[in-house]
Design a protein around this ligand. Structure first.
Ligand SMILES: Nc1ncnc2c1ncn2[C@@H]1O[C@H](COP(=O)(O)OP(=O)(O)OP(=O)(O)O)[C@@H](O)[C@H]1O
Ligand SMILES: O=P(O)(O)O[C@H]1[C@H](O)[C@@H](O)[C@H](OP(=O)(O)O)[C@@H](OP(=O)(O)O)[C@H]1O
Ligand SMILES: [Mg+2]
Ligand SMILES: [Mg+2]
Length: 302
């Protein structure tokens, strides 16, 4: 059996959450070896690798990888740096979902209406008005690696926020979201608690912006919770398969997840609100088997 060598360049946090002993054990049994990349040495002096797995930031690292891809076309780099940059910006992140305009017998998938504010917070109320965005609005940093989130009940309070940011219409969805993890062709969905619905009276009664810490983190799993079945029901598998297949192709990514919500009161109206590159796979059920099978399939297809 030929060994598949996977070089990895990950933060120590990511190594801890992803490269767990169970994953390494299962990988070893399947003939996969994970080898840490030494960033202080030239990449081409290391390996040889069959696959390079990475999630590091910085222009310098991006250039190193781009050069390496050019000079080592037989190595699979997961994923291409430019494709990753595209989802690190909340303006471009959801463009492909919007263009896809997916609608079939299983449902409709769109994105919330949104507006980008590059600078000048004092211009926000007018900008929101001319764009016809409906309150409440979610404000998110333009750079997707920042996770502060605010909910604004009135357009004037938005002046207090610091651009660059994206203002997105808040969609009531019953307080539960679906995290769709994608690894190549494999898909797994989990439920997470999310922000609760905002009612009309509540909207009229309140003003101001409310800042939230990390909302739908792993601790907020809703998989075992006693939920209203119409809220808890997972999105139809065929719809997710189609969405994942299309986005894999359009984004040029193989490792990502989607946050999807279903409009409360509707049976089939879905919104993608977030896309994350190389997310916390440690929280994806059975990721050890799914990920190692994916690595093997890549090596075999070469
Ligand atoms: N348009 C929206 N309508 C309703 N709720 C939303 C909307 N956008 C975001 N949320 C809520 O806010 C949370 C955080 O937003 P988002 O997922 O965009 O941020 P993030 O920091 O990129 O999250 P992640 O940790 O998944 O990377 C969502 O998980 C969801 O609970
Ligand atoms: O899997 P979900 O719930 O979507 O959340 C992930 C975030 O989206 C990722 O951005 C985190 O990874 P980074 O810390 O490498 O950005 C990732 O961190 P982790 O891999 O250390 O768990 C998760 O927090
Ligand atoms: Mg999210
Ligand atoms: Mg995100």
């Amino acid at each position: 059996m030929k060994i598949v060598v996977v070089g990895y360049a990950l933060t120590s946090k990511k190594i801890k959450s992803f490269l767990q002993p169970k994953l390494e054990g299962i990988a070893r049994n399947k003939g996969i070896l994970f080898v840490a990349i030494d960033q202080t040495k030239p990449l081409s002096d290391q390996g040889p690798f069959d696959i390079v797995l990475h999630k590091l930031s910085g222009k310098e690292w991006q250039h190193v990888l781009e050069d390496y891809r050019q000079t080592h076309p037989d190595v699979t780099v997961l994923d291409p740096p430019d494709a990753i940059q595209h989802v690190y910006n909340r303006q471009s992140m959801l463009e492909d979902v919007a263009d896809l305009n997916l609608s079939d017998a299983y449902g409709k998938v769109g994105v919330p209406r949104q507006l980008v504010i590059k600078k000048d917070p004092s211009s926000i109320p007018d900008a929101v008005n001319s764009a016809g965005l409906r309150l409440p609005l979610v404000a998110k940093p333009l750079v997707a690696k920042s996770h502060e989130l605010s909910l604004a009940y009135d357009q004037y309070s938005l002046k207090k926020l610091e651009p660059p940011l994206v203002l997105q219409e808040f969609i009531n969805h019953g307080g539960v979201l679906f995290k769709v993890y994608i690894v190549g062709e494999a898909i797994k969905v989990v439920r997470r608690f999310s922000l609760p619905d905002v009612s009309k009276p509540e909207l009229l009664k309140n003003a101001g912006v409310f800042r939230f810490p990390r909302v739908s983190c792993a601790a907020a799993t809703a998989d075992e919770a006693d939920l209203d079945p119409s809220v808890a029901e997972l999105p139809p598998r065929p719809l997710l398969e189609k969405l994942a297949r299309e986005l894999r192709r359009r984004l040029g990514l193989r490792l990502f997840n989607l946050d999807i919500i279903r409009e409360h009161g509707s049976a089939d109206k879905y919104y993608v609100i977030d896309i994350n590159y190389f997310p916390g796979y440690g929280k994806m059920p059975e990721y050890e088997h799914i990920f190692t099978d994916f690595l093997l399939s890549l090596a075999r297809s070469k």
